[in-house]
Design a protein around this ligand. Structure first.
Ligand SMILES: *Cc1c(COP(=O)(O)O)cnc(C)c1O
Length: 407
């Protein structure tokens, strides 16, 4: 976890929960800035750029804030590109890294003028045939590095659907040559939650080898996978060490080969995970023969990471921070098993207390749904110490607004 000054105080969270109701996602703008500055500092000795992978959290106010920091944007759908443009990002600062989209979506991104990563041979060939050297592109490679916290979030392994295998380099070369495609970037993204710095170093070495095939190259994009701590003592990617080692390797490569390349990254979780707090209310304390459950007014319809990725989120009782610690299993209110945390030591929970989930900024609200016809939570942004509503809570009409009721 971060040091105390980085964290919103629990009594402040209680006040926000009282004012805006629960469940509520709360984001702390300045924490995003702190994280961005950590990255900049770690890589200040190389020509490095960062593009926020916005699938982690796309509220327009978050996008605008991140744009104001001077960070770029990494997108995975044409809609994310459109949101980015609406938030004010220059198309030249937007990367489009889709997977399994059709040529039409790629062309739509091209028409908006963004940087495009192509991740399969078929589209590469079609794009090359249609546009030749008139629109430079990047290629997403699969370096076949098995990394990341969980198979579901690992994208570089041999069975992964992502990227073009480095073993298909000859095929790529033939297409590039025959269609005159201008390849200005190479990209890889091997997964989320990589704590081992050497994985990135292995990745960049492979990219260096591949770079020899592309004379127009301007950038090497190592994607993301920076791990953040979800609880005290959790291993994190050592960003300073990563910056130091990668800068060394990168600058050496550029000097030796007289190629002034840029190094790019696409952090999602690293920028927004810790800025987020998800506050819920304890509806019921339910003692069974085996367990004491806290049933809260939320579920995996609002925060799916614990059920989907076995993710750990630290849970605290912010209404009774000095209460005696007891063991609870925290569950949601939807009709399916939706356990947020098993056997957690939490200050005594009384019905009506507010609980907070930490590290709820990334893939929290963004993966929420209306399952059980429940309403999506509100979102609040705290900036300069001031909480402001940035999404109102769903109302019943939101559940019906796209439905067509037949006569
Ligand atoms: C999801 C994704 C990221 C961000 O991953 P994090 O683990 O959230 O940092 C970066 N690049 C691409 C292409 C992605 O799909």
């Amino acid at each position: 976890m971060s040091k105390q000054s980085d964290v919103l105080a629990t009594d402040f969270l209680v006040k926000i929960a009282e004012e805006f109701g629960t469940p509520v996602y709360i984001y702390h703008a300045e924490k995003i800035k702190t994280q961005y500055e950590k990255l900049q500092k770690a890589f200040h000795k190389s020509d490095t750029r960062f593009f926020y992978a916005c699938k982690a959290l796309t509220n327009i106010n978050i996008l605008k804030y991140i744009n104001s920091l001077g960070c770029g944007l990494d997108t995975v759908s044409i809609q994310e590109v459109q949101l980015g443009l609406k938030a004010g990002f220059d198309p030249k600062n937007i990367i489009f890294t889709p997977n399994c989209v059709d040529l039409q979506e790629i062309i739509a991104a091209k028409d908006l003028g963004v940087i495009i990563n192509i991740d399969n041979i078929s589209i590469l060939e079609q794009f090359g045939n249609q546009f030749g050297d008139s629109y430079p592109i990047s290629i997403r490679l699969n370096p076949h590095i098995m990394a990341g916290g969980n198979f579901k979030i690992s994208t570089g392994h041999v069975d992964s659907k992502f990227g073009i295998s480095i073993h298909q380099m000859r095929h790529i070369e033939r297409i590039v040559k025959s269609t005159k495609l201008k390849v200005t970037g190479l990209h890889m993204h091997t997964g989320s939650e990589i704590k081992d710095v050497d994985v990135f170093l292995r990745g960049v070495e492979i990219m260096f080898e591949m770079a020899a095939n592309f004379p127009d190259l301007q950038s090497i994009d190592l994607g993301s996978g920076f791990k953040v701590a979800y609880q005290l003592g959790d291993p994190e990617t050592d960003i300073d060490l990563l910056g130091k080692k990668l800068t060394e390797a990168f600058n050496k490569f550029c000097t030796k080969n007289e190629r002034p390349l840029q190094l790019w990254f696409e952090p999602g979780k690293f920028l927004v995970s810790q800025c987020g707090y998800f506050v819920v209310k304890a509806n019921v304390i339910k003692q069974t023969t085996a367990t004491v459950f806290v049933g809260v007014n939320s579920g995996f319809n609002h925060l799916i990471r614990p059920m989907f990725y076995d993710a750990f989120h630290l849970i605290r009782n912010i209404s009774n921070p000095k209460g005696t610690e007891r063991i609870y299993t925290v569950v949601g209110n939807i009709c399916e098993t939706d356990t947020f945390g098993w056997d957690r030591k939490i200050n005594e929970v009384r019905e009506g207390d507010f609980l907070v989930f930490y590290n709820a900024g990334a893939y929290g609200f963004e993966m929420s749904s209306n399952f059980n016809s429940r309403l999506k939570p509100a979102e609040v942004l705290v900036k300069d110490g001031k909480p402001q509503l940035i999404r109102r809570r769903d109302v019943l009409e939101d559940l019906l607004k796209n439905q067509i009721e037949l006569a």
